[in-house]
Design a protein. Structure first.
Length: 227
């Protein structure tokens, strides 16, 4: 099997490890040759900072991610992409305008994720944050959402959209919930003999309550079509 790299966002990794589902990471790495990669900023946010500051809310998750790194299942990229990240921020944060003012869509952390993925040629990004996913998958949906939120017409800078689309070309966003579903399809939940589907449902609900942007009707739809 060809090794697939997945670049991971801090939020999705924290959700998986705080819900004790880091075994999914081992499963994909060991059984399917998937390599999970994080930029230095994610390691800082999800591991070093909680440990060094004793942040109780995130400490358990940080220690679990640290184990993943120590076991070689998660790699920290040493690629420098700050300038490229600033360029992506420039495009993304000057893409939509409400009453003449630009709407800020991404911060440096998300922009770095995207720029590192481009530099490394990584196709898949594990990210639960909705706006960044929509930038990759469906930027026009953001325009519709903003118009509904602000009750006014939202102007689009087509030049910046073309430039941003070029930067993000070939990338695909993957939510932690979708990683769980993929694990189910690959046999991860067979350990729960006779209760595989119930375990999948429990995992999806758990990840939703941990911050993954999956709707209840999406969970119902997933389960309806799973044997």
């Amino acid at each position: 099997m060809i090794t697939k790299d997945i670049l991971c966002d801090a939020g999705s990794f924290i959700s998986l490890t705080s819900t004790c589902m880091e075994q999914l990471i081992y499963f994909f790495a060991e059984k399917h040759n998937v390599r999970f990669v994080i930029p230095p900023s994610v390691e800082q946010e999800a591991v070093s900072r909680p440990i060094n500051r004793g942040m109780k809310k995130y400490l358990f998750s940080a220690l679990r991610i640290k184990d993943l790194i120590n076991d070689g299942v998660v790699s920290i990229s040493d690629v420098k992409a700050s300038e490229e990240a600033k360029q992506i921020m420039q495009y993304a944060n000057n893409l939509f305008f409400v009453r003449g003012k630009p709407i800020q869509l991404v911060h440096m952390g998300e922009a770095e994720m995207l720029s590192v993925a481009k530099k490394l040629g990584i196709e898949y990004i594990l990210i639960d944050e909705r706006t960044t996913r929509m930038l990759i998958e469906s930027p026009f949906s953001i325009k519709k959402h903003l118009e509904k939120e602000f009750h006014t017409n939202v102007m689009l800078n087509k030049k910046n959209l073309q430039a941003l689309s070029k930067e993000l070309n070939g990338m695909h966003a993957l939510r932690s919930s979708e990683l769980i579903i993929l694990a189910y399809e690959k046999g991860f939940f067979k350990r729960f003999q006779g209760f595989e589907k119930e375990a999948l449902k429990a995992a999806l609900y758990k990840i939703k309550y941990s911050g993954c942007s999956i709707r209840f009707n999406e969970i119902d739809e997933y389960l309806r079509w799973r044997k």
